[in-house]
Design a protein around this ligand. Structure first.
Ligand SMILES: *[C@@H]1O[C@H](CO)[C@@H](O)[C@H](O)[C@H]1NC(C)=O
Ligand SMILES: *[C@@H]1O[C@H](CO)[C@@H](O)[C@H](O)[C@H]1NC(C)=O
Ligand SMILES: *[C@@H]1O[C@H](CO)[C@@H](O)[C@H](O)[C@H]1NC(C)=O
Ligand SMILES: [Zn+2]
Length: 438
């Protein structure tokens, strides 16, 4: 046991033995997701030329890679970063191709299954340490999040009201929390949604963090008190409930909803391409098997339709729309679907600049900011553009940590720093709304 550095207690020495028994007794439980990611890699590629980008797209399509960044092969271009998750049986072919074509690459994750399971065993230890309190530094399943919402609704009725805005494709309730001090006076509101894309787990974790912070600090923190007194926050911790659930039970890297309508074998629509704003144009796919599939028609997804209906009904007092994604470390505002500047560019731009500056001041994490079209890429049918076009003057999409080191598998150790810095940015933006800037 010398290699462990310090002597272990008897109980600790016994632990591997117990785990061994557990493995024997429960063979089905020894691997997450039925071991489907064993030997899979995540690789970062940067094609140098147009030709390289073209051939790269072709081979990625052939090998059926799971694209992590950008969201569609159509965005792959020379000089820009592409992160791909390549299944084990395709990685030899891809690596051979990259060597042959001398396209620069870097292996970000050597064995995805390994990485997933290492993180999972750490999670088990963390959970054990805090049984008495709700743990905001782990990722929670949909069921846990919904139980948490019910619990808050029952215990914090002065500040929280929980309601449903409809049902998902698979029949799950679409729950929203209305947060803020009840008042007879007119109050403006902020809409916040997380988890439009299923695999971006840090999003729902942030929505929960936001609610926790509000409840914990509104008495002691004047900024939070102001927010709770002067605004309502509509918070939807998991917008794409079916997809999120599926990312826990079947495929950790699932992005879309889970609807099935066409004759194609593929399920799901990209819930951030399904909105009625330049629907299914540039940056969206008409093919049901693609990750950016726009759906058969706008608002075809019950989850999207429910949120759109709610926003249409309440748009008079909703001043801001905030949507949480990962990963890229960016703060984006409209437009997504075209390169033009928005009418209130100056106000929105200065809000974004300040938010990113205060975010940086916490841990020195850099965020890019700007119109989504020129900062990330052009995409049509997004919720942010739709909300803006429907009269909400401040609409933003956050792309949270990181920039690809862990990608969608952001370790739970980073939930706290990520949410802490994001929190100051969101507070700064919402206080900006209370000032005069149309
Ligand atoms: C890899 O395996 C999957 C499922 O077993 C299969 O559908 C796919 O075609 C295989 N890919 C290659 C490149 O052999
Ligand atoms: C939240 O609590 C209120 C009572 O305070 C109740 O009327 C409402 O049905 C609850 N919401 C949900 C979704 O259970
Ligand atoms: C927002 O951040 C800026 C710095 O970027 C700061 O000057 C300003 O005071 C902050 N506003 C609020 C209300 O926190
Ligand atoms: Zn996303």
């Amino acid at each position: 046991m010398k290699f462990l550095g310090k002597p272990r207690s008897q109980a600790a020495a016994f632990l591997p033995l117990c785990l061994l028994f557990l493995k024997i007794l429960q063979p089905g439980h020894s691997h997450l997701y039925s071991n489907r990611y064993a030997g899979d890699k995540v690789i970062r590629l940067v094609p140098n030329t147009k030709e390289e980008a073209y051939t790269l797209k072709k081979i990625c399509h052939q090998l059926k890679v799971d694209l992590w960044q950008p969201s569609s092969l159509s965005y792959v271009s020379e000089g820009t970063v592409t992160d791909v998750h390549i299944p084990h049986n395709g990685s030899r072919a891809l690596l051979a191709f990259l060597e042959e074509a001398t396209i620069p690459y870097k292996i970000l994750i050597e064995d995805l299954q390994n990485t997933l399971e290492k993180e999972n065993s750490l999670q088990a230890q963390r959970n054990r340490r805090s049984l008495s309190e709700y743990n905001y530094e782990v990722y929670h399943s949909l069921e846990e999040i919904q139980n948490w919402m019910h619990h808050l609704n029952n215990t914090h009725s002065g500040l929280i009201h929980m309601f449903s805005i409809g049902k998902s494709y698979e029949g799950r309730s679409l729950f929203v929390l209305k947060l803020g001090r009840r008042s007879r006076a007119y109050k403006r509101a902020v809409w916040i949604d997380c988890g439009i894309h299923a695999r971006e787990w840090i999003g729902p974790a942030f929505c929960q963090w936001f609610v926790k912070e509000a409840l914990l600090t509104y008495r002691s923190d004047p900024t939070m008190r102001k927010m709770m007194n002067h605004l309502y926050f509509y918070i939807m911790p998991v917008l794409n409930v079916d997809g999120y659930h599926f990312s826990w039970t079947n495929d950790r890297f699932w992005r879309k909803t889970r609807s099935k309508r066409s004759k194609f074998p593929c399920r799901g629509v990209d819930a951030n391409r399904n909105w009625k704003v330049k629907w299914c144009d540039e940056g969206a796919s008409m093919h049901p098997c693609d990750d950016t599939y726009c759906g058969p028609f706008p608002e075809s997804e019950p989850e999207v339709k429910a949120v759109a209906n709610f926003l249409r009904k309440h748009k008079k007092h909703i001043r801001a729309y905030l949507s949480f994604h990962a990963y890229a470390q960016m703060l984006l505002y409209p437009y997504s679907y075209k390169y033009e500047a928005i009418p209130n560019f100056n106000c929105v731009e200065s809000a974004a600049y300040k938010a990113v500056s205060v975010l940086y001041s916490v841990y020195g994490v850099l965020y890019k900011y700007g119109p989504a079209s020129s900062t990330l890429y052009v995409s049509s049918g997004s919720s942010m553009d739709w909300a803006y076009k429907n009269g909400i003057p401040y609409t933003f999409a956050f792309e949270l940590r990181d920039t690809g080191h862990f990608g969608f598998l952001l370790p739970e150790m980073l939930i706290k720093p990520t949410c802490t810095e994001t929190m100051v940015a969101v507070k700064n933006i919402t206080l900006h709304l209370l000032k005069k800037c149309p």
